[in-house]
Design a protein around this ligand. Structure first.
Ligand code: ZN
Length: 200
C-alpha cells in the first residue's frame, strides 16, 4: 500500500506549502454557478487556519485556468503558477449534461483535480507520480535524512539547538547533511514530476 512517496507528501504538506492537497471539485464549481464563466477566488481552510487560495478563470464549456503561488517551504520564494485545465461535458441519461475536468496529464475525465505544488492534475496522476518515483534514489535520501535526524534528537528535532554533549563541528556537519538529504530527496521527486510533465 502506498507508493514510495505516499507518506512523504504529507510531511511536505505540513511544512507550509500552499497545501499539497488542495482539491477543486467541479460539482462545487457548478453549484456555485462558476461554470457559467468568470473570475473567482477559492480558498481552503484546515482547523480554521487558511491553508491556501487560488484564483480561477473559467471560460464556459472550455477551460479553467488556475492561478496561484506555491512554495515548498517557508524559506523559499513563492513561485507563480498558471495551469489550464480543459472542461468537458457528457450527456446524462435523463437529459442535461454533466461537467468534467480533463486532466492535463492523462486526459481522463475527472470530477476533482488537485493543486499540488507546481502541478494541477487528477488523483491518479499524482499518485502514479509518487508511486512510480525513483524509489531507490528518493528512499536513499530519506533514509539518510532520518538517520541523521535520530542523531540530532529524533522527532523532537530542532536543528537550531545543538544536542547536549555533541561537538559543535559535528553538529554543524550533521545539520548541513540533514538539510542536504532532505533537499536531495525532494529534488529526486521533482525530477519524477518533470518526467511526468513530459507525457503530455
Ligand atoms: Zn490524470
Amino acid at each position: 500500500m502506498g507508493g514510495c512517496g505516499s507518506g512523504r507528501r504529507y510531511r511536505y504538506s505540513t511544512k507550509g506549502t500552499l497545501d499539497a492537497s488542495s482539491r477543486l471539485d467541479i460539482r462545487y464549481l457548478k453549484n456555485q454557478g462558476m461554470l457559467r464563466g468568470g473570475y473567482y477566488s477559492l480558498s481552503w481552510n484546515r482547523n480554521g487556519e487558511p491553508t491556501g487560495n487560488v484564483s480561477v478563470r473559467i471560460v464556459a464549456g472550455e477551460s479553467m485556468t488556475v492561478i496561484y503561488k506555491w512554495r515548498r517551504n517557508s524559506s523559499e520564494e513563492w513561485q507563480p503558477a498558471e495551469k489550464v485545465v480543459r472542461l468537458a461535458h457528457t450527456a446524462c441519461a435523463l437529459g442535461g449534461s454533466r461537467p468534467w475536468f480533463v486532466c492535463p496529464y492523462c486526459s481522463r475525465r475527472v470530477a476533482i483535480v488537485i493543486v499540488d505544488g507546481a502541478h494541477v492534475a487528477c488523483r491518479h496522476c499524482l499518485n502514479l507520480t509518487y508511486a512510480s518515483c525513483n524509489e531507490d534514489m528518493i528512499d536513499r535520501s530519506w533514509r539518510k535524512r532520518d538517520k541523521i535526524k535520530s542523531r540530532l534528537g529524533g522527532d523532537d528535532i530542532n536543528i537550531y539547538v545543538k544536542p547536549k554533549g555533541m561537538h559543535q563541528r559535528t553538529w554543524e556537519r550533521l545539520r548541513w547533511q540533514y538539510q542536504n538529504a532532505e533537499l536531495q530527496g525532494w529534488e529526486w521527486m521533482e525530477a519524477r514530476l518533470e518526467a511526468l510533465r513530459g507525457w503530455r
